[in-house]
Design a protein around this ligand. Structure first.
Ligand SMILES: [Zn+2]
Length: 331
């Protein structure tokens, strides 16, 4: 694993590889960004580069020395990756103590001993305080990388002793490249929308049946609205509101359905649509509503989208959205 094989994150890669070239590698880093953005992959690549005994002039790992060979086999005892243990809610104090103790001994085979702590946002105060011991006076050969999705829960004393590296969201071209590297050639618009700039989400769109189930259900609700009664609407709003984590995707899917409707209403049957599996109901709705009504519905959904970002009561937002859509359909 080298930086070159990581797609995107240009700034992060530049900062880290520059630190190696200029021999200014820090003792401790805080990698910050949403889950699935590439923090772990990058931490590993950085670890392998600083552990290498004979790095290339550009700061990359040689791939041939003892440290590199062991890293390739995932069997280098000088690289420790800490994750949440089974049946535990977060990184625990015992793990932090383990790091402090382990850091006392020099690396066996490598230029540095590296500790990667995943899910740093789950460390409670006790664990963070225990970890501080090593951050206050790190031995020269030690590097610690804490990965976190939430910077607010990290102690100021840890923040001030670590270099913070922020991971940016990917653009759609980068997401496509990452999907391609994962064997997915044909990328749907819905996948990009669901991913929202996060590679891990894009990959789970194709591997996680639950997401496709949600998409199917939301499209079914959109289809059924024309005929549905109040009970149908209430039940639908409850369901949509229950998908808390995926609210954006829910709204996007609704919107994509009605933008297909307005496209067909405006340009006719031959226009390319996003939700091909709903082609028939989309055509029927298009001829029933016409372009202006379809556009009106798109506006309603967009407005609801704005409300979901501010509102605590998502069920009310969803319910109002469905009521307004039905009013336009039947009005
Ligand atoms: Zn090497």
């Amino acid at each position: 694993m080298t930086f070159d094989s990581i797609i995107g994150q240009k700034n992060v890669k530049k900062v880290l590889s520059d630190s190696i070239v200029s021999e200014r590698v820090g003792h401790a880093y805080l990698f910050h960004g949403p889950a699935g953005i590439g923090k772990k992959l990058t931490a590993r690549a950085y670890a392998e580069a600083v552990m290498c005994l004979h790095p290339n002039p550009d700061g990359t790992a040689c791939g041939k020395c003892e440290a590199c060979v062991l890293n390739k086999n995932h069997s280098n005892p000088d690289l420790k990756i800490y994750e949440i243990q089974k049946n535990k809610k977060g990184i625990i104090i015992e793990q932090a103590r383990d790091i402090v103790q382990d850091a006392m001994t020099v690396p066996y085979y490598s230029n540095k001993k590296v500790f990667i702590i995943q899910s740093g946002e789950t460390m409670n105060l006790a664990a963070q305080n225990a970890l501080l011991k090593i951050l206050e006076e790190p031995p020269k050969y030690v590097m610690i990388i804490i990965l976190t999705t939430n910077i607010a829960v990290i102690l100021d004393t840890i923040k001030s002793r670590t270099s913070r590296i922020d991971f940016a969201r990917y653009d759609n071209e980068e997401i496509k490249a990452i999907l391609k590297a994962n064997g997915i050639e044909h990328v749907d618009e819905s996948a990009l929308a669901y991913a929202d700039g996060i590679a891990g989400r894009a990959i789970s769109f194709y591997n996680d049946d639950k997401i496709n189930e949600i998409r199917g259900n939301v499209l079914k609700i959109a289809e059924g609205l024309a005929e549905g009664d109040a009970a149908y609407r209430i039940e639908s709003a409850e369901y949509l509101a229950s998908l808390k984590k995926d609210t954006e995707f829910v709204i996007y899917t609704m919107l994509s359905y009605y933008s297909d409707v307005s496209k067909v209403a405006r340009y006719g049957k031959s226009v390319k649509i996003t939700n091909k599996e709903c082609e028939n109901p989309i055509r029927m709705t298009a001829s029933r509503l016409g372009f202006y009504k379809a556009q009106e519905i798109e506006k309603i959904i967009n407005k609801a989208w704005g409300y979901t970002e501010r509102s605590i009561n998502i069920e009310v937002v969803m319910s109002n959205m469905l009521i307004q859509i039905q009013e336009v359909i039947n009005g």
